[in-house]
Design a protein around this ligand. Structure first.
Ligand code: CMP
Length: 146
């Protein structure tokens, strides 16, 4: 199915790898339907990653996410959710280097926390996070609840 997903270039990759990652997003056939660079507040970062609240790395993750600007992107493509996850590679770059050496995390991540990019895990998560970050701009398939 033609899908949209939320992709994030995290603060640890913004300075050195942003242009290269954007270039690869385009050359891999994604359309970028929304894009913005933003610094998350602590509250927004906590809400964005609420599924991970209580995990041992949660505080560090929130701190990383508000340390500097993130690039937020809505990507569209056939199977966008899975395609973007495949392009990122596994969460842990040590594993990515072994199983998917061409993936973004294999090349640009420094460790499991500072892993350069994020992607929604499924379509529902994608819709929820896109709404959280961008508001509901892209309304073609959504019922209107107002
Ligand atoms: P992401 O795909 O954005 O989703 C949750 C994030 O938490 C993950 O990438 C990493 O940045 C971080 N994370 C996941 N597992 C660990 C871990 N074991 N130690 C430190 N950070 C982690």
């Amino acid at each position: 199915p033609h899908q949209r997903t939320l992709a994030v270039i995290k603060p640890d990759a913004m300075e050195d790898h942003k242009e290269k990652i954007l270039e690869e997003i385009h050359s891999s056939g994604f359309s970028v339907s929304q894009l913005k660079e933003t610094v998350l507040s602590k509250e927004m970062a906590e809400e964005f990653y609420k599924e991970h609240r209580g995990k041992p790395f949660f505080e560090q993750l929130v701190e990383l996410m508000c340390r500097g600007p993130c690039m937020m992107l809505v990507l569209t493509k056939e199977n966008a959710v899975e395609e973007w996850r495949a392009m990122m590679g596994p969460t842990d770059p040590a594993q990515a280097k072994v199983s998917s050496p061409k993936s973004l995390r294999a090349r640009f991540a420094s460790d499991i926390l500072h892993n350069s990019v994020h992607g929604a895990s499924d379509e529902q998560h994608a819709d929820e996070k896109i709404h959280f970050i961008f508001g509901e701009i892209d309304t073609d398939e959504k019922p209107n609840h107002d």
